[in-house]
Design a protein. Structure first.
Length: 457
């Protein structure tokens, strides 16, 4: 493996015989792939592999899309080793490295031996950090037969400096003097929530802002970032938490000692969580951060926690359930003035049915509904509820309308003349969202009757 475990060259020195080969580009890295190897591409990853079935030897080279740098090249290497190597193979130690620096880029390369399918194998990690980005290249093999081809690929690497970015990388842990100040401020939102502070019984205080709800208790601050819709890029990636951490945290903090939650192998419901030491770029203050991503219904909700130390973080958040439960603090009282207008909710679902005995198609079952509430400043309301359910061709429809008097207190709504003329009592609260709010009302007598309403007029 000596030919592979050489000092990583930052500037490409292409050989004559590979100069004419077609190059590939992934994000900011361009390289010449090995000839004749099998190519596979996924979101943020291009890999090349070769297998000699007769001799049982194999090799694979993986190029990953760049992510945000922590500001410490060695910390970047250790993070990528955990993510790209240690999480995939058991009992593989973190290797020693020597940095190579040139033109604002700093490279680290390390190799460790592990056992794969009964054979001694090698994992080589190359990271190139600079200009606030990290490029990662992983080499896996169980032989030195492919050293020449792998060496040519590594030597062909060429990096493009991100537009408008200057080198900000520290080869030593970040200090306050080395930080690049970034302006961070709480921008006011336009949520339309009049009672914009909620004091919870357990000491937490919540306020809505333009991009998040800020929840504070003592020296600990939690930012409940508003939901991010999962586009195709996020939906198809295997590293959604890394992409969102890169997007939300890296611009504001210098990150070191980054650790990822271990799900202990493949998981159906995965926990996406990072924790790290951070330095606020705006203030130079050293803190401890947690970052949890919860994915549901096509959106991702990010919880950012900033504590003075790891000890205080663990004391307040001893488990992941406590962290996930912070979403419940996006909760604000209602007033009649905030309710005035028209609020709506609609939903629908359909399923194709098949006979369990014959397998023959049995039709489509569907259900849909729409609910509209209009609240008036004089203390009255109107509501309309329409929908249909059943098998297509023989569906049952409903259309109900009510109107009556409305009474509003901070967390409660009462509406008269509802089903069979009765007065219904509802729990009510606002949830702050980007650019507005959602009104949640739940029937106290039938908690399954819940509406999440958006103001339309």
């Amino acid at each position: 493996m000596k030919a592979v475990v050489q000092a990583l060259l930052i500037i490409a020195f292409p050989w004559v015989e590979i100069a004419a080969q077609q190059k590939e580009t992934l994000d900011i890295v361009t390289f010449t792939p090995p000839q004749g190897w099998k190519r596979e591409a996924k979101e943020g990853l291009i890999s090349f592999s070769t297998v000699d079935q007769k001799n049982g030897t194999w090799a694979q080279v993986e190029f990953y899309k760049s992510i945000g740098s922590s500001g410490d090249a060695r910390a970047d290497f250790e993070h990528e080793w955990r993510e790209m190597v240690a999480n995939r193979f058991e009992n593989i130690p973190l290797p020693a490295t020597e940095p190579v620096t040139e033109n604002g880029w700093t490279a680290h390369q390390g190799v460790s031996v592990f056992t794969w399918q009964g054979m001694q194998s090698y994992a080589v990690l190359n990271t190139i950090s600079g200009y606030n980005r990290v490029v990662t290249v992983v080499v896996l093999t169980n032989t030195d037969n492919y050293n020449t081809q792998i060496d040519r690929v590594i030597q062909s690497i060429d990096l493009r400096k991100p537009d408008g970015v200057v080198p900000a990388l520290n080869t030593q842990p970040a200090t306050q003097s080395a930080l690049q100040p970034t302006v961070v401020s709480d921008k006011p939102g336009n949520s339309g929530i009049s009672v914009s502070t909620t004091n919870f019984d357990d000491g937490w205080v919540a306020k809505p802002f333009a991009e998040y709800v800020k929840v504070i208790k003592g020296d600990i601050t939690v930012l409940l970032h508003y939901a991010i819709e999962l586009d195709d890029n996020l939906r198809n990636t295997a590293n959604i938490e890394g992409i969102l951490f890169d997007r939300i945290m890296q611009p504001r903090y210098v990150v070191s000692n980054l650790r990822k939650y271990d799900n202990n192998g493949p998981c159906y419901i995965c926990i996406y969580f990072y924790e790290a030491d951070v330095v606020d770029k705006a203030t130079g203050k050293k803190q401890y951060a947690g970052f949890r991503v919860l994915v549901q219904g096509g959106v991702a909700r990010c919880i950012e926690i900033i504590a003075p130390s790891a000890q205080e973080f663990q004391k307040e958040f001893p488990n992941q359930e406590k962290i996930a439960g912070m979403l419940g603090y996006n909760k604000f009282a209602v007033t009649l003035a905030d309710l005035v207008g028209t609020w709506e909710e609609s939903s629908g679902a359909a399923a194709n049915m098949y006979n369990v005995v014959t397998g023959a198609y049995a039709g489509m079952a569907t259900a849909s509904s729409a609910h509209t509430f209009t609240f008036n400043a004089v203390g009255t309301y109107q509501s309309k509820h329409t929908g249909a359910h059943g098998m297509v061709g023989s569906m049952t429809f409903f259309d109900q309308q009510y109107e009556g008097k409305l009474t509003v207190t901070n967390w409660d709504i009462a509406m008269t003349n509802r089903w069979q003329g009765k007065t219904e009592h509802w729990w009510a609260q606002f949830e702050a969202v980007r650019g507005g709010r959602v009104l949640h009302i739940t029937d106290k007598a039938a908690t399954s009757s819940h509406y999440a309403l958006v103001k339309t007029k």
